[in-house]
Write a protein that binds this ligand. Structure first.
Ligand code: UDP
Ligand code: MG
Length: 309
């Protein structure tokens, strides 16, 4: 493949040996039908199973595949970044390997692109294929994030989307190490439109995003694009100081009128514990941002490539 393709499909894969072949069988005919030239870039994100081997075997029968093999597991965001950087196409479409993102949508993506949009988002019409917990926590996350961040991430929109070359080139200008792609995508802007779709359940294999990982992902998301959690302590501090001041004055007045009175152990302890807790929380949040600064300051690469095949 010497010529630049029109479409670049980017597929991050972590332990997907069961699904990659099915994925290709599904997406190939659709891409062929578009009559455009295309490449499919698989990023093997340090899978512990045979994903890499399976991909290499598939390359014999599918000409349009490129495989980027990362040196270890860097996480989906980094894998996707690698894909974006290696893509050559005029339009770039990141998609999950597990067929949860229906490949048929690509046709609609291209229609919108021809109408002149730079970004076409795929919005989930409902979240029925997710567990109750994932649904509720996602809802809460989007709400909180958009309230306190200076960019707003569209609700129920994942990484599955079409982006033109200039959008991806803009994304490449964002050098941050901790990559919250949903935020980065939203940050670059450009004319955007949305189409709705129904997200399927995973065809095989297991999700690698559960409980604790999602929670950390949410914290990353918020601290990547908002400094409100830092600033909030200014207001909490001011309010508490003000209340303490009022409280101090009442105590003085009371003492002047009624004389010294010793009881007050309970209220004292409550206040000390309360303030202690608040201070620890504040320090914790400072630490969270300090950690981010530390990670960025090291300036390490976002991923390391073992090889391209
Ligand atoms: N993935 C990845 N690296 C990771 C975890 C996941 O490249 O560390 C890929 C995975 O192979 C899949 C996509 O990211 O193609 C979405 O992952 P998954 O289906 O587990 O997430 P969910 O759809 O449950 O949010
Ligand atoms: Mg999935």
């Amino acid at each position: 493949m010497n010529k630049k393709p029109t479409i670049s499909i980017i597929v991050p894969c972590y332990n997907e040996e069961k699904v990659v072949s099915l994925f290709l069988q599904n997406i190939e005919p659709i891409l062929k039908n578009t009559k455009e030239s295309y490449e499919i870039i698989f990023i093997n994100d340090g899978s512990q199973d045979n994903t890499f081997k399976v991909l290499q075997e598939l390359k014999d029968s599918y000409r349009h595949i490129r495989i980027i093999n990362l040196s270890r597991n860097f996480g989906k965001e980094s894998a996707m970044t690698a894909g974006l950087e290696f893509s050559l196409g005029d339009v770039i479409i990141p998609i999950d390997a597990d067929l949860q993102d229906p490949p048929e949508l690509i046709v609609k993506f291209l229609e919108k692109w021809r109408e002149g949009f730079d970004v076409v988002l795929a919005k989930r019409a409902d979240r029925k294929s997710d567990s109750f917990f994932k649904r509720k926590s996602a809802e809460l996350f989007y709400k909180t994030h958009n309230q306190i961040s200076n960019i707003s991430i569209p609700n129920n929109v994942g990484d599955y989307r079409l982006m033109t070359r200039r959008v991806v080139d803009a994304i490449k200008l964002l050098p941050e190490n901790q990559r919250f792609m949903k935020g980065i995508f939203a940050w670059v802007g450009y004319p955007t439109t949305t189409i709705e779709y129904k997200r399927e359940v995973r065809i095989a294999g297991e999700t690698s995003f559960n409980g604790w990982k999602l929670w950390n992902f949410a914290i990353d998301g918020i601290t990547s694009f908002s400094t409100v959690p830092l600033r909030i302590w200014l207001y909490i501090g001011v309010s508490i100081s003000f209340l303490s001041f009022l409280f101090g004055i009442t105590i003085i007045i009371k003492t002047l009128i009624y004389g010294i009175d010793l009881p007050g152990y309970a209220s004292m302890l409550t206040i000390i514990l309360f303030l202690g807790g608040i201070q620890l929380m504040g320090i914790g949040i400072l630490g969270e941002y300090l950690g981010r600064i530390y990670n960025e300051a090291k300036g390490r690469p976002i991923y390391i490539i073992e090889g391209e095949y």
